[in-house]
Design a protein around this ligand. Structure first.
Ligand code: PLP
Length: 381
């Protein structure tokens, strides 16, 4: 087959006139940091998820940091999480001096295996952080049941899950805490950014203080007409707020969510058809419960060729790729500080060596996806 001239990246944000106009309007408005656009973005997230409260932050990582802090999860506490996730979650647990306790995944879906959670619970366990991997929800009924029984907090890592539904409920809509990411690779972007959804008034208040210096009242209200510019701080906070420029971009993206995720589903369908029954290659498994997949990533497993070599071949065909994710329990500092090692999570380790993410973004053409399928057939022949 003929090798394409231009490089097909793993991902590219879909930025149209709507996005550009929204940001330009914000720039012209005279208020560009946290303000009315962030408020509107929060309201729209409550509508989408069914959560009663939402807080914009400048990344999902920042959101996880202040959530763990506000919940007073720290030294001596254990947090249950998959190892097959982005390292930022584990970093925040470690920075809080708590201990990540890893649960193995279902090899096929790469999602946390909910049946293995309970055996990892001890008297020190405080929270469970399920990840809706690649846009497929974790098995929330089982997780909620376990959390109730043992009185644990659930923090959904919903970084992949804008537009993800489990049995008709959007991620974050189960009455717990959820954290979303708007990094440019995610389904919708605000450049960088994140959102926390929750249903607890006191926790919301604490999170808003931690997000912005520990200062009560919003700056845009302090600086408005008749506002009181004085402030006091009862405990220190961070500088983790989102700007209105970012929220304006995020709002434009959110208004296109159905279109964006619809297009992702079409690309994924081309892969599923074009790559089926290829020897030496496994497609993503399908979760055994009713759900809607946001199609954040398309992760295949390469069995019949060394993955390094497979990636080299993709590069020769001008195709980009990603690795989601290197197993967290095998990162150097995690092994050193938490005593993890190989052979403790067999399914995670089996998958981690073979996974590779294919290009998937809304502005990709059908021909791009077909080209990837043909190239993979040739590479594995
Ligand atoms: C991207 C990602 C995060 C972190 O998001 P940021 O907004 O970049 O901080 C957390 N968890 C998972 C699973 C992710 O993919």
């Amino acid at each position: 087959m003929k090798i394409r001239e231009d490089f097909l990246p793993l991902s590219k944000p879909s930025i149209g006139e709507n996005e550009i106009n929204n940001v330009v309007n914000c720039l012209k408005s005279g208020w560009i940091t946290t303000g009315p656009a962030c408020k509107q973005f929060e309201d729209k997230f409550c509508e989408l998820t069914g959560a009663s409260r939402a807080i914009t932050v400048n990344s999902a990582t920042a959101g996880m940091h202040i959530v763990l802090l506000a919940l007073k999860i720290g030294q001596g506490d254990e947090v249950i999480t998959p190892s097959m996730t982005f390292a930022s979650t584990i970093n925040m647990i470690a920075i809080q001096k708590a201990k990540p306790v890893f649960v193995d995944i279902d090899y096929n879906t790469l999602n946390i295996n909910a049946d293995l959670i309970e055996e990892k619970i001890t008297s020190r366990t405080k929270a469970i952080i399920p990840v809706h991997f690649a846009g497929v929800p974790a098995d929330m009924d089982k997780i909620i049941k376990i959390a109730k029984k043992h009185n644990l907090i659930i923090i959904e890592d919903a970084a992949h899950a804008v537009g993800t539904y489990y049995k008709g409920i959007h991620a974050g809509g189960f009455g717990h805490i959820a954290i979303y990411s708007f990094h440019p690779i995610k389904n919708i972007t605000s450049g960088e950014g994140g959102m926390i959804t929750l249903n607890d008034e006191k926790l919301e208040k604490d999170l808003r203080l931690l997000r912005f210096h520990g200062i009560e009242r919003d700056a845009w209200k302090r600086y408005g007409k008749g506002g009181n510019p004085e402030y006091n701080i009862s405990s220190p906070g961070f500088k983790y707020n989102l700007t209105d420029m970012q929220a304006s971009l995020g709002l434009a993206q959110l208004s296109r969510l159905d279109e964006i995720n619809g297009r992702r589903a079409e690309i994924a369908a081309i892969y599923k058809t074009g790559l089926k029954d290829i020897k030496g290659l496994e497609l993503p498994g399908i979760a055994g419960y009713s759900h809607i997949d946001s199609n954040h990533l398309f992760v295949i497993k390469v069995l019949s060729m060394d993955r390094g070599l497979f990636m080299e071949k993709l590069s020769e065909y001008n195709i980009g790729y990603g690795l989601h994710f290197p197993a967290c329990h095998l990162l150097d500092y995690v092994k050193r500080d938490f005593g993890t090692k190989k052979v403790i999570l067999p399914e995670t380790e089996r998958a981690a060596e073979k996974i590779i993410s294919l290009p998937l973004f809304p502005d990709m053409k059908n021909e791009d996806a077909s080209y990837v399928c043909e190239a993979i057939k040739e590479i594995l022949k």
